[in-house]
Ligand binder design. Structure first.
Ligand code: NAD
Length: 484
């Protein structure tokens, strides 16, 4: 009988693992990466085919392990994300140069703490006259994932926890401007997992990611499922593939404030959500529609809460500097200028011809609906405030500005009829009332955190169950123990 190389490798690894479990030293690390098995690579690959092969191999090994082992794998990811968040967050800030350091640190820690893991797995059962049917949630295998520059390691951390909890392994093609922190995080996670459990490459990352490597992963026959998190380009590319894609696409979250709102609470919430990481979150408040009855009072509340107001001339100067036009003819559209994405409010204010203290988190001002800051997903801490005739007008403009992304919307109101009306009209995945946007992801609100919110393909804020396929096991005419 011929024994395959994979079987031998797995037996050796299992023996090594047991040695560790018996109290002897942890699994010894190989001297250098083993080219044949990919062990010792700790998930770092330049070649997409090799990365998929290693992730496939890791999947075979994970499939033979217990749920408890998956829990241990995830506890290593959580521990590193939490304990090393300051170092990792600082590295992410230094590499990407967008956002705010304290939030870069906090985001990695938050995903470590709150990304849904094994505890989200469940099975369903149908029990009746003809016996039992059990629905179980099985892994797909290797998942191909694309991650954004706005939160490189946080997205990887959350994706890895949920995907592995469901029994999958994953190959990441990160944004090129966040590739170093992606590789460093993946290396640390894999090394800790390998030392404890003897499986390497549960997460693989392409260290020099390009559109070509993304394409290789998209089309690879051993990649069973795609999960992309990013803007319109990657969302379109993923949906054109001949395999299932979970698409966490762009947003442009509108905020509505009506005459019944607690304006000071609304102002504090808008600043907390809209200024967080300099407005880089896809769920972050991007434009605000206020009914005319309380417009002036709302602007005053924003100033009381610490935001700095720009006048019309300053807004005009900022718009010229921070919004660019791209494309030709019918494809011509406005986009945020790269130099201003994720920059501090003080930097934006300077471009508007105003000097403000460095610790101001958010600037804002009155604009018309046609100002480009309203339709554009600006990802910078300037929020346009538009006056609305009444609640219907506010909701109408909010819906228009959201572009049908079905991502996130926020209302500040104590009128349930207004809330209901807006919820129905805007039809978004997340709808938050009387709090900052991140409360919709469990940070200061109820629920769990995920940085991949799949609007276009409908899975919502992803959990381990998002990355599973249903399998049914039926027992006919027996095992129902009820009745006589
Ligand atoms: P981006 O679209 O520029 O890049 C996202 C990722 O996609 C990167 O890794 C990039 O290299 C890759 N990519 C881009 N075009 C591609 C293509 N044609 N084929 C394959 N890969 C491609 O976005 P970004 O600036 O990194 O991130 C910000 C965007 O992501 C915003 O639009 C934001 O709303 C969105 N986002 C959405 C969610 C969500 O959960 N829905 C979460 C975070 C960010």
């Amino acid at each position: 009988m011929q024994i395959s190389e994979t079987v031998v490798r797995n037996v050796v690894q299992e023996v090594l693992r047991r040695l560790g479990a018996d109290g002897s030293p942890a699994v010894p690390l190989p001297k250098g990466p083993d080219r044949a098995t990919h062990v010792g690579r700790f998930g770092l690959f330049t070649d997409a085919d090799q990365a998929v092969a290693a992730a496939r191999d890791a999947f075979e090994q994970l499939s033979r392990r217990t749920i408890e082992d998956r829990r241990k794998v995830i506890s290593h990811i959580r521990r590193i994300a939490i304990d090393q968040c300051v170092e990792l967050g600082t590295m992410e800030m230094e590499e990407t140069k967008i956002g705010r350091l304290e939030h870069k640190i906090e985001k990695i820690k938050t995903l470590g703490l709150m990304a849904p893991g094994v505890e989200f797995m469940r099975s369903e059962v149908f029990s009746g006259d003809h016996g039992l049917a059990v629905i179980e949630h099985a892994p797909f295998g290797v998942i191909g994932a694309v991650t954004p520059v706005t939160h490189s390691l946080p997205t990887i951390t959350g994706n890895a926890i949920s995907m592995i909890a469901a029994g999958n392994t994953v190959v990441f093609n990160p944004h090129p401007s966040g590739k170093k922190i992606a590789a460093e995080g993946v290396r640390r996670y894999n090394e800790a997992i390998y030392r404890d459990l003897g499986i390497d490459n549960l997460m693989c990352v392409i260290v020099e990611p390009t559109l070509e490597t993304a394409n290789t992963i998209f089309k690879h026959r051993d990649v069973a499922l795609l999960c992309v998190t990013g803007g319109p380009g990657v969302a379109r590319a993923a949906m054109q593939q001949a395999k299932r894609a979970i698409v966490a696409g762009p947003g442009n979250p509108p905020v509505v404030v009506d005459e019944t709102a607690d304006l000071d609470r609304a102002a504090r919430s808008i600043i907390r959500g809209g200024a967080y990481d300099n407005n880089l979150l896809c769920i972050a408040e991007k434009q605000v529609f206020v009914v005319k009855e309380v417009f002036d009072a709302m602007m005053a509340a924003m100033e009381r809460a610490g935001a700095v107001r720009l006048n019309a001339k300053e807004i005009e100067a900022l718009t010229k500097a921070a919004i660019a036009s791209v494309g030709q003819g019918e494809h011509k559209h406005d986009v945020p200028h790269k130099d201003f994405i994720g920059q501090d409010a003080a930097v934006l204010a300077r471009a508007a011809g105003k000097s403000i203290p460095a610790d101001v988190e958010l600037i804002f001002g009155e604009t018309g609906e046609s100002n480009p800051f309203v339709p554009v997903e600006q990802m910078m801490p300037f929020l346009p405030f538009v006056v609305a005739r009444d609640i219907d007008h506010a909701i109408e403009m909010a819906v228009r500005s959201e572009h049908g992304f079905r991502h996130t919307a926020i209302i500040h109101s104590h009128n349930v009829v207004h809330m209901t009306k807006m919820g129905k009209a805007v039809d978004t995945t997340l709808f938050i009332k009387n709090g900052p946007s991140m409360a919709g992801l469990g940070v200061g609100g109820e629920g769990y955190t995920s940085f991949s919110i799949a609007g276009p393909t409908g899975e919502g804020a992803t959990t381990p169950l998002t990355f599973t396929r249903e399998r049914r096991c039926s027992m006919i005419d027996n095992l129902r123990i009820l009745g006589r």
